[in-house]
Design a protein around this ligand. Structure first.
Ligand code: FPP
Length: 255
């Protein structure tokens, strides 16, 4: 691990030495990638150019996370509320996963990355779903970084769906209401088997959760930055992890 981090910060386009230690790397980092539209507007460009450059930032964040030894990286790519946007923008966003995978999948496979997706598949266009499912299938045997795309994902919907499943179990007599506990609820969420995020990053200066991983973020450290998502690079990830390492996590107890 130390070797991997050293090689990362000595890379020629990263002059900044890391002030982070290898023994406290967050296992799971989740990112709300915000500010694509404002980034484009600032440059007098259409919003979709912001999203396209946001896609390039996904690559940078993934490589940086992998080099750092982060095990899970969850990216909020499209929320259950994003369908309210103009159709052209939604169509463009729905084409980004396949474009991203067409360009990057081979390198991600070389890096032993495993692609996953969480969110409701039913509303996704066939081409989006197919690209994701192909990538998930091709990377299913990889045991490196898990790159988890939240696509048509909403935290309330996830919890509601989980509760419906539990309700059915009770109706069928396989479960008693008093058996329900946090562990059982976790098993009925889309993140089952993935640890809760240690660190949540949100770009663009907004400081809210926006229906993202509502159950899982209970004890995550939050890190906000004013930069817009298309500007995000490995130095920002490094800053977030360095700040994470300065925090004391108490989980409601005493340090
Ligand atoms: C929010 O910024 C961003 C989104 C709704 C889309 C995020 C998607 C990407 C960054 C690309 C995803 C790439 C892959 C590979 C799936 P916004 O557009 O709402 O920004 P604004 O608040 O400035 O308008």
């Amino acid at each position: 691990m130390i070797k991997r981090i050293r090689s990362w910060w000595m890379h020629k386009d990263s002059p900044k030495p890391l002030d982070i230690t290898a023994d406290n790397i967050p296992e799971h980092v989740a990112i709300i990638m915000d500010g694509n539209g404002r980034w484009a507007k600032r440059l007098g460009l259409p919003r979709i150019v912001g999203h396209h450059n946001g896609m390039k930032a996904v690559k940078r964040a993934t490589i940086a996370a992998d080099d750092l030894g982060i095990k899970y990286l969850t990216m909020y790519a499209f929320s259950t509320e994003n369908w309210k946007r103009p159709k052209d923008e939604v169509d463009f966003l729905m084409r980004l996963p396949q474009e991203f995978l067409a360009i990057e999948l081979d390198e991600l496979i070389e890096r032993n990355v495993q692609i996953r997706m969480m969110g409701d598949k039913d509303k996704l266009p066939n081409h989006t779903l197919k690209a994701m499912e192909d990538a998930m299938e091709r990377t299913a045997g990889n045991d490196g970084l898990v790159l988890n795309f939240a696509l048509n994902y909403g935290g309330r919907k996830e919890i509601t769906d989980g509760m419906t499943l539990l309700g059915h179990e009770i109706e069928a007599g396989r479960l008693k209401a008093e058996d329900i506990n946090a562990e059982l609820i976790e098993k009925h969420l889309k993140t089952h088997g993935i640890p809760d995020p240690d660190l949540l990053i949100r770009t663009s200066g907004e400081m809210r959760i926006s229906n993202f991983m509502l159950w899982q973020l209970a004890y995550s450290e939050l890190w906000f930055t004013d930069i817009y998502w298309p500007e995000f690079n490995k130095d920002h990830l490094h800053d977030a992890v360095a700040e994470y390492q300065r925090r004391t996590r108490r989980y409601g107890g005493l340090s």
